[in-house]
Design a protein around this ligand. Structure first.
Ligand code: PLP
Length: 961
């Protein structure tokens, strides 16, 4: 029998010890090696005392998983989920359960990282290639990206592409058709304003009347009209302008592809291919264009290359266009995208295949025909005779109908005066159509769905013009025609999953990316219908649960960041940067200082920083770093003073990406403020701040948080993410707003940075539960353990490798940089060799060559136990011994396990005549043999793939032999 009280017993059951990897004994052992008295003593050595907080953040006590889930369920149940017919890019959809459970709810898929190490990511790369193929088939163009953040931002990216490639170089005017979705217009106009483009919103027919560099059309239009736009496109082309078409993916199954109508770029959302609405996201947007614009395409592209055995192998192509390489010259600032959701949409297409999709699209269309015919019979005629799934009605009695709709628990589109629209989707039933008749016509209309259906079948009338009926085949590739039984589908998903290394296999210690535990309990509410099935433009009084969750999470994040306000709108860290810089710009402007346009950025900054600065029309000036990795204060001071009249801001990461807490951070903030600038503190490294210090406390004005790093949203294999921004009160009036939903009283009339008012609201429950289950003690302990783990790792590795940029006392922050450059000199072994060799040991490589070329940046996070960290250290030490053998000439430069890494089944089952044994190759240490992860391809040739660019599914015979 125990003598402990109930309190004491229950405390031992809290979630904190599940989230934090090391237990007490492991912690003590690590501290002994580090040479620190206690965790707190270690933290005191590392985090500068003048920026420390004096008390724990006020976010409440930790809750058990059971309690936190029960409490959130009560909040969720305050949402009233009506049947939705609002449309505008968000539709009810039936996520096939085989995809729901085995992809969305499966850590094998959702905990993977962006496929920068393609040899252990062939599964999701194949799925993303399927996504690209699906987008190409449906849009009728020849190059697709592997997902953008949402339809609104994809449209804005299309405008930017138009500006880059249009032959009409003189024009600064972009045309937006007035029948584009209102939230898209909002996002595009904001982006245009920041780029310094002019925009005009007018009826589509007028597009060719203006001297423009590009135009954005919607197909079908926001009111549902299906119209042949090929002549219009031809006329716009005569003006040497680019035409982007925002298209509805489901309609494209039946309609002629926009590419066939002449569009240069096609964008849209793939949400309705099986991805729940989630009150706005996350969903994957698609973007396709013509091959000739390949260098201008925004976002990641998956391409086919080959490995050292000449087998086809996939990887991200043409990265030289992207922010991490080209910085302010990049095509866009997109980093985190929507990989998990793109995969879901691709699997939806794989599962249904072309016939299944045609059935779904035809059924939606038929129900719409029935609705149209029925209402017309009763004298209520839809605005357009040609449509796919959306009918618009001009009404005298709008109020009456809206009241009836609400009484029947359904939502119509109502934002246009005197008008309602009704969009159907695959969840719509015949009973729903009968109810819609009641709502639109009042009861007693006497209409019969079955009779109307028969009438339409008999008369053969079509509401899609003959010229717009799709004739080209879709999804002819075998991948879309092979997995239609659930058994086959289940195995296909599993086959791809098996090719990928995710957090459910081993630690992914990516510096700056914070791959911590994504607790199962935190993931569960993502699929609750109360959260999953809410339309982002539902009346706010139906989204009370969402509002409560978003507000409470927002309050916690405000507390943790030391700011005054927060905007949940940005869908990624980079989008947060963009939103934050807009706030800075508008703040200056409000004070009559709109000319301030210089953005100082330290050399160690992430590539998104300069790319975002460029998007708001700022000029980037790089500030040097000194030998210790700190910002060079003399250089900073000189530049800030020299540019004081045009200084807009600094973008600084803290602790820096060099992994040090600059002692001068408060002084840096002062220097910038003294010279009229604002401080944007990149919050990607918040995992080294939470509970100990905060950006607001340090003196910064605005930061984004990567909720997919510090706050436990999983990386999804390269997205989703969320990048809310915290601001001091003087910037709050300049936070994003939304065209359809009033997000806050103080920001009314501001433009939007995302299509949905609260970004990817559907995954905010993850960060909410992270905070609720850890509480003030747990979030702070997490930071302390993240630092402890990093210092243990740095200490152990420092016996074998030089560690770059340790603080004055030899300590690092929450990550450390291993310098491989000296070894490259002495042995020829590169950082790439080490990264690939780690795969043979069952590990994903740490961040490579960022922020310093020729290095690895390692961030273990608080969630890894000493056992796992020791396994990683063992691998790195063994690799060091292998390098030693190359250095000493025991192995030649091209016959050693590093050069040939990673090793595959194909290697060990072929004739073996290498200077080292098979065991050394694939089971280099005992623990590997016990839980082997096999890379499925050998090292991939990046250059070959970029020279021979193929970004669609290769014919299956290329996979033979
Ligand atoms: C991850 C990261 C970003 C970009 O965030 P995304 O969510 O990928 O857009 C910016 N800065 C730093 C330092 C980062 O690590």
């Amino acid at each position: 029998m125990t003598t402990q009280s109930l309190d004491a017993l229950e405390q031992k059951q809290d979630f904190i010890r599940r989230h934090i990897g090391p237990d007490e004994a492991q912690t003590q052992a690590m501290l002994n090696d580090i040479g620190a008295e206690s965790v707190d003593a270690l933290i005191d050595e590392i985090v500068p005392s003048d920026i420390r907080l004096s008390q724990l953040p006020n976010i409440g006590e930790s809750k058990t998983e059971v309690q936190a889930l029960a409490d959130l369920k009560a909040v969720a149940s305050k949402n009233k989920v009506n049947d939705t017919y609002i449309g505008l890019g968000y539709y009810g959809t039936l996520t096939p359960n085989v995809i729901l459970r085995n992809v969305l709810e499966n850590p094998g898929w959702y905990t993977a990282y962006t496929p920068y190490q393609p040899e252990i990511a062939q599964g999701r790369l194949e799925s993303l290639l399927n996504y690209q193929q699906m987008c190409l088939d449906l849009t009728g163009l020849d190059l697709a990206s592997a997902s953008l953040l949402d339809e609104g931002t994809a449209a804005a990216e299309a405008m930017a592409l138009a500006k880059r490639v249009a032959k009409n170089k003189k024009s600064n005017l972009f045309f937006i058709s007035s029948d584009v979705y209102p939230q898209t217009i909002d996002v595009v106009k904001q982006r245009a304003e920041m780029f310094g483009f002019d925009t005009i919103v007018a009826p589509a027919e007028e597009a060719a009347d203006h001297d423009i560099f590009g135009a954005l059309l919607q197909y079908p239009s926001a009111t549902g009209e299906v119209k042949d736009i090929s002549d219009l496109i031809a006329k716009i082309h005569e003006k040497k302008a680019i035409v982007a078409v925002a298209a509805d993916i489901m309609s494209l199954v039946m309609l002629k592809a926009p590419g066939e109508l002449g569009a240069d770029a096609v964008i849209g959302s793939s949400q309705r291919f099986g991805v729940p609405m989630g009150y706005g996201g996350p969903h994957a947007a698609f973007f396709t264009t013509s091959d000739k614009y390949k260098r201008s395409l925004p976002g990641r592209i998956i391409g086919v290359s080959k490995d050292t055995r000449d087998n086809p192998a996939l990887r991200m192509a043409m990265q030289t266009r992207e922010q991490h390489i080209r910085r302010e010259k990049a095509n866009s600032n997109i980093c985190t995208a929507q990989v998990l959701l793109a995969n879901m949409a691709a699997f939806y297409a794989v599962y249904h295949g072309p016939q299944g999709l045609k059935t779904i699209a035809n059924r939606i269309h038929r129900l719409t025909d029935i609705l149209c015919l029925g209402t017309a019979t009763k004298g209520l005629t839809a605005l357009h005779a040609n449509y796919f799934d959306t009918l618009t009605f001009n009404l005298d009695n709008k109020e009456e109908i809206v009241a009836r709709a609400l009484a029947a628990n359904l939502n119509l589109r109502t934002d246009v005066d005197g008008q309602i629209s009704v969009s159907l989707d695959e969840t719509t039933t015949r009973e729903n159509v009968a109810t819609l008749f009641d709502v639109l016509l009042g009861e007693g209309h006497g209409l019969d769905v079955a009779a109307l259906d028969k009438q339409i079948t008999d008369c053969g009338h079509s509401s899609i013009p003959a010229s717009l009926v799709r004739e080209s085949e879709i999804l002819t590739h075998p991948v879309f025609n092979s997995y239609h039984s659930e058994t086959e589908m289940l195995r296909y998903i599993k086959k791809l999953e098996n090719k990928d290394l995710a957090l459910n296999h081993s630690m992914i210690s990516l510096g700056s990316c914070t791959m911590k535990l994504n607790a199962t309990a935190q993931m569960i509410p993502v699929s609750w219908p109360e959260f999953a099935n809410m339309h982002p433009f539902a009346p706010v009084d139906q989204a009370v649960g969402y509002k409560e969750m978003i507000t409470e999470l927002g309050d916690w994040l405000v507390e943790l960041t030391g700011y005054d306000n927060i905007s949940m709108q940005p869908n990624s860290g980079a989008q947060g940067e963009y939103a934050g810089l807009i706030a800075i710009h508008k703040y200056h402007e409000s004070r009559g200082e709109g000319h301030r346009n210089i953005c100082l950025i330290p050399a160690s900054a992430h590539g998104t920083n300069p790319a975002s600065a460029m998007m708001v029309g700022m000029k980037v000036v790089v500030v040097d770093c000194d030998k210790e990795g700190n910002v060079d204060m003399a250089d900073l001071k000189a530049k800030a003073e020299e540019l004081r009249d045009s200084l807009s801001c600094i973008m600084i990461t803290y602790p820096s990406t060099h992994g040090v807490y600059e002692k001068t951070i408060a002084e840096i903030c002062n220097i910038i403020h003294d010279n009229g600038g604002q401080v944007y503190l990149d919050g990607a490294n918040m995992n080294a701040q939470v509970g100990l210090t905060s950006p607001g406390h340090i003196g910064a004005d605005v930061s984004h948080l990567n909720l997919h790093k510090t706050f436990a949203i999983p990386h999804g294999g390269g997205g989703p993410g969320m990048g809310p921004i915290g601001v001091k009160s003087h910037l709050a009036p300049f936070l994003p707003d939304h065209a359809l939903i009033n997000v806050s009283e103080s920001t009314q009339g501001n433009g939007a940075v995302s299509a949905a008012p609260f970004g990817s609201a559907g995954i905010l429950c993850i960060s909410y539960l992270y905070c609720a289950m850890l509480g003030k003690q747990g979030v702070t302990d997490s930071t302390k353990y993240a630092i402890t783990n990093a210092n243990y790792l740095a200490k152990k590795l420092s016996e074998h490798y030089p560690i770059l940029y340790t603080g004055a006392n030899g300590r690092v922050a929450h990550e450390c940089i291993v310098d491989l450059r000296p070894l490259k000199e002495s042995s020829g072994v590169t950082e790439m060799d080490v990264a690939k060799r780690l795969m043979d040991y069952g590990f994903h490589a740490p961040t490579m060559s960022f922020p310093v070329a020729g290095t690895l940046m390692i961030e273990p996070t608080e969630s890894e136990s000493k056992v796992e960290i020791d396994r990683f250290i063992e691998a790195m030490v063994c690799i060091r011994e292998e390098i030693n053998k190359v250095e000493k000439g025991e192995w030649t430069a091209d016959d050693n396990p590093l050069h040939n890494a990673p090793h595959t089944m194909a290697d060990v089952t072929s004739e073996w005549n290498r200077a080292y044994s098979i065991k050394e190759a694939v089971y280099p240490v005992a623990a590997v043999a016990e839980n082997k992860f096999w890379p499925t391809v050998n090292r991939i040739d990046d250059v070959y793939g970029d020279r021979n660019l193929i970004c669609s599914c290769p014919a299956t015979d290329t996979y033979k032999d």
